[in-house]
Ligand binder design. Structure first.
Ligand code: PLP
Length: 464
């Protein structure tokens, strides 16, 4: 029986055919277009239908089987699994799917509610509710209320050397909305491609694709995005995470920053600087300023409360080059009516009274001790690994020796009740990178770090 599957791939895309096929099938499963139990064509049949080599389909099927989307039963073919992976069907832009019940969850982007300054938030929110006038309950300006844009422009200059004015700050529903607005605005400017870092965020790549922009992966090395490669792509816009590259944790070198800024000038282009965890810096050396500081006319700086507070607030901001602001404001006003005023007022109050600074000082020292504990635990239990990204943020990246079976290690850790992600998940089909683990510590208790890494170490030793 020749089963048919209506799926398409783009041969001209920079994304590999395997990844495209994988994403397409995954999307159909998640959207319930393909129902649990549905039988898929054989790899030979699908390869023939799509004019692809069979190995492309085999690889895509195998990956989807490993991720729990498909089942293969000898003699009866490949089917959509009856029990989807937990959380499938509710993919968010950047946050991980709900976890199976495990003792230690090392995924990045897990909110730690116990760090949320409930008392401070409550007192700011109460104060706002007690004092708010009519303007507080009316439609807000789409770019945000003046009180918060004032606070943000001062704060960003003070903390991240961002050069901006309140009039050019836009409050958004997290970076997700900021990115969507940027993608729409770029299309108005005739820009239909956006370079992204590889490795990087796969869900972010899909998100960009869905806005109608073609994401073009560009490699990252120990100094950050490889600007020479970027220049070769011919694109005019790029999205980077220079402070703490996601996921490798690399901080972009000063030389690369200069090259990047020069590139933007040469191609008359735009740089989106995603500073998602820019507030957390643990090194003794001063934190390098934001790239935006080097060219406020070409760099769009983006920040968020998702790491500083919690992602559930859905609050972020963009510092926008003056000549791009009117277009973005127009695009925004066609899409929504602005962000929740009361939340904006409460956050402005939290900033104004110094409570945010106090909170940051408190959690920064907590995260610093976790980062140090993670580095110590890796030295002890995974001595073959080489760490990067420990100087900042809420996760580190452990590079493993060539030849390590990363998928088997992740599975071995899971059997020991540790949920950790491997580096391959953050690749888009370019050359396979070195095996690696992404070690998030934002939500782990200090005491759990050594135990979790010891379990990973056991799983690693078992593989050798
Ligand atoms: C690379 C990266 N950018 C941005 C964000 C924040 O996105 P949002 O503000 O939409 O929660 C995250 C997750 O917190 C992230 O991992």
């Amino acid at each position: 029986m020749a089963w048919h599957l209506a799926v398409q791939v783009d041969r001209d895309s920079a994304v590999s055919l395997t990844t495209q096929l994988q994403d397409a099938i995954k999307g159909m499963v998640e959207d319930r277009v393909l129902h649990p139990g549905t039988r898929l064509p054989s790899s030979r049949q699908l390869a023939q239908d799509l004019g692809l080599s069979r190995s492309v389909v085999v690889e895509a099927y195998e990956q989807l089987i490993a991720e729990g989307y498909l089942d293969a039963v000898r003699g009866s073919g490949t089917h959509v699994t009856r029990q989807l992976p937990e959380g499938a069907g509710s993919p968010s832009l950047l946050d991980p799917r709900p976890a199976p019940a495990v003792r230690w969850d090392l995924r990045v982007g897990i909110a730690n509610l116990s760090n949320f300054p409930r008392q401070e938030w409550l007192s700011s929110y109460t104060k706002v509710l007690q004092n708010v006038g009519r303007e507080g309950v009316d439609y807000p300006p789409v770019a945000g209320i003046p009180e918060l844009r004032n606070e943000l422009s001062g704060y960003l200059g003070r903390v991240r050397s961002v050069r901006t004015e309140p009039a050019h700050v836009m409050v958004t529903a997290g970076f997700a909305q900021g990115l969507a607005l940027l993608c729409s605005s770029f299309q108005h400017l005739g820009i239909h491609e956006l370079a992204i870092e590889e490795p990087g965020h796969n869900s972010q790549r899909r998100f960009i694709l869905d806005t109608g922009i073609r994401p073009v992966p560009v490699p990252v090395d120990e100094e950050g995005l490889v600007v020479e490669e970027l220049a070769r792509t011919g694109v005019r816009a790029v999205l980077v995470t220079p402070a703490h590259q996601f996921p490798t944790g690399v901080t972009m070198s000063a030389k690369r920053k200069e090259e990047l800024l020069r590139w933007a000038e040469e191609v008359d282009g735009w740089i989106i600087e995603d500073d998602y965890d820019g507030e957390f810096w643990f090194d003794r050396q001063a934190r390098p300023p934001a790239v935006q500081d080097g060219d406020p006319e070409r760099v769009i700086y983006a920040g968020t409360t998702s790491k500083v507070l919690v992602p559930g607030l859905r609050l972020g901001w963009l510092a926008i080059p003056p000549k791009l602001f009117p277009l973005m404001d127009r695009v925004r006003s066609r899409q929504d009516q602005g962000s929740d005023t009361l939340t904006q007022l409460a956050f402005a109050d939290l900033m104004h009274g110094g409570l945010l600074d106090r909170h940051l000082r408190r959690v920064r020292s907590r995260y610093r001790s976790r980062s140090e504990a993670m580095a110590a635990a890796v030295r002890e239990h995974l001595p073959d690994a080489r760490m990067s990204g420990s100087a900042a943020g809420l996760h580190s990246y452990a590079l493993l020796p060539q030849g390590t079976d990363e998928a088997a290690l992740v599975q071995g850790a899971l059997r020991r009740s540790v949920l950790v992600r491997g580096g391959q998940q953050f690749r888009f089909g370019g050359p396979a990178g070195r095996p690696a683990l992404l070690l998030g510590y934002g939500s782990l208790p200090l005491s759990g770090i050594s135990e979790a890494v010891a379990a990973i170490g056991e799983a690693y030793d078992e593989l050798r």
